[in-house]
Structures are given as structure tokens and as C-alpha cells.
Design a protein around this ligand. Structure first.
Ligand SMILES: O=C1O[C@H](COP(=O)(O)O)[C@@H](O)[C@H](O)[C@H]1O
Length: 225
């Protein structure tokens, strides 16, 4: 597993530069295919990247945008990744993109899983993927110790899986590792010394202990303090 590690002087420069790279890769994908699919994380890290990316000029109406994972909470919740996306990415020029949701009103992810996966399937493979990572080495909602970890990491994992984990306060829904790993371009966004050290310490560990390792081959990791 080899990945490139890019260190930036600060988070603002990282956000601008990374948004620029994502935009270039989307443009390149759109130059030889009708539509491109962009998958992005939720959580606390990607907001500034979204702020820069939503303003770039590209054929957004030919871009499908989806989350890598969602917390099973309504959009009114502060913890909703969809809410973040609607506020910070699906605005400005990027408002023209087609959004493929990872949440529907149902008491649990199992109640909406098939319909959500069916809508995503035609947009695959992902053209451009941006992932986040927790200090526990989870990525998307593939957590160490999660109930369906083995299933999510398997070569024949479904597109979408429900997930429950000790480190996650609510049920989750997540893209499976093969869909993530199969993206044409892969980027991981991490901030802070703790995550950098965790990623370094993850080298050589099996993916069920360090899920991030399932998606790192040929990825670019973007880091700032
Ligand atoms: O819960 C989640 O966590 C990860 C990492 O989030 P961060 O707040 O540490 O940046 C995120 O990538 C994922 O999409 C989200 O659901």
C-alpha cells in the first residue's frame, strides 16, 4: 500500500489547493465521460474545502455528488452530514450538481438501504473521492470494532451498508470499502498531530484494525496542523 503524503503550511492553504485539485480531476473526468461522481466526507474537517470547491467553474450539472457515509439523523440535526453538504458544498456554482442522498426518513438505515443503493449504483465507479479519517483510523463509517466491519471490507461488499460501532453515537450508513477503493482518484483529508501520528502508526496493520488502510493505495493524503 503506497500513498502520497502532502503537508501544507496551514488549513486555509490546504483547503484552497485541495479544492483546486478536486476541480481539475472532475474536469478531466468530464472531458471523456458524460457524468462524473464526486464522493465527499462529512464531519468537522471538510467544510473549508467545500467553501472553496463550490465556487469553482466546471460543468456541475454533469456531476453527481454523494457522501461517503451518513449518520442516521434527520437533516435538522447538527450531526447530519447531509446538512453540512447542503450548507457548504451544494451552494454557489455547485448547486447545479445532482445530489444522491445517503439518508431517507426511516427509523433505521435498513429501512431505506436498498432504495438508496439503487440510486447510487448507476453513478459508479466514483470519479473523485475525498475521505476523512478519525483518530481511531475509521474512514467513511467503517469503524474498527463495528458490527459489519468484515462485510464492509470484503472484496464483494455491497455498495452501501448499515453500520453500528462503539465509537459512533448513532447508527450509520456507509459506502463499502471496494466502492471507495475503486475510485479513479482518491484523497484523504486529515488535520492535526494526533491524526498524523495515528496514520503513521497504522502502517502495516490489517484493515480490520485500521480501516483507512483498505483505501490508501494510490491515494493522496492532505495534512495540515
Ligand atoms: O463521523 C465521521 O467522521 C469522519 C471524520 O470526521 P472529522 O470530524 O474527524 O473530520 C468523517 O470522515 C465521516 O464522514 C463522518 O461521518
Amino acid at each position: 500500500m503506497t500513498y502520497e503524503f502532502r503537508s501544507y503550511p496551514d488549513r486555509e492553504m490546504l483547503a484552497i489547493d485541495l479544492a483546486d485539485q478536486l476541480a481539475s480531476e472532475l474536469r478531466a473526468a468530464l472531458s471523456h465521460q458524460d457524468r462524473a461522481a464526486l464522493a465527499v466526507p462529512g464531519g468537522s474537517s471538510p467544510g473549508p474545502v467545500f467553501d472553496a470547491l463550490c465556487a469553482v467553474s466546471l460543468d456541475w450539472d454533469r456531476v453527481d455528488v454523494l457522501l461517503t457515509d451518513e449518520r442516521w439523523v434527520p437533516e435538522t440535526s447538527e450531526r447530519s452530514n447531509t446538512r453540512l453538504l447542503r450548507q457548504r458544498l451544494l451552494v454557489n456554482r455547485a448547486a447545479a450538481a445532482r445530489y444522491l442522498p445517503l439518508y431517507a426518513e426511516a427509523p433505521a438505515p435498513e429501512g431505506a438501504l436498498d432504495a438508496l443503493a439503487e440510486a447510487i449504483a448507476p453513478a459508479l465507479p466514483l470519479s473523485v473521492l475525498l475521505l476523512g479519517m478519525g483518530a481511531d483510523l475509521h474512514t467513511a463509517s467503517i469503524f474498527p470494532g463495528a458490527d459489519r466491519l468484515d462485510e464492509a471490507l470484503a472484496a464483494d461488499a455491497p455498495i452501501l451498508l448499515p453500520m453500528r460501532a462503539p465509537g459512533a453515537p448513532e447508527p450509520r450508513i456507509t459506502l463499502g470499502a471496494p466502492v471507495l477503493d475503486g475510485a479513479m482518484k482518491k484523497h484523504v483529508l486529515i488535520f492535526g498531530a494526533e491524526k498524523r501520528a495515528a496514520l503513521e502508526a497504522a502502517k502495516g496493520r490489517p484493515a480490520h484494525e485500521a480501516p483507512i488502510n483498505a483505501v490508501l493505495t494510490d491515494a493522496v493524503v492532505h495534512w495540515a496542523e
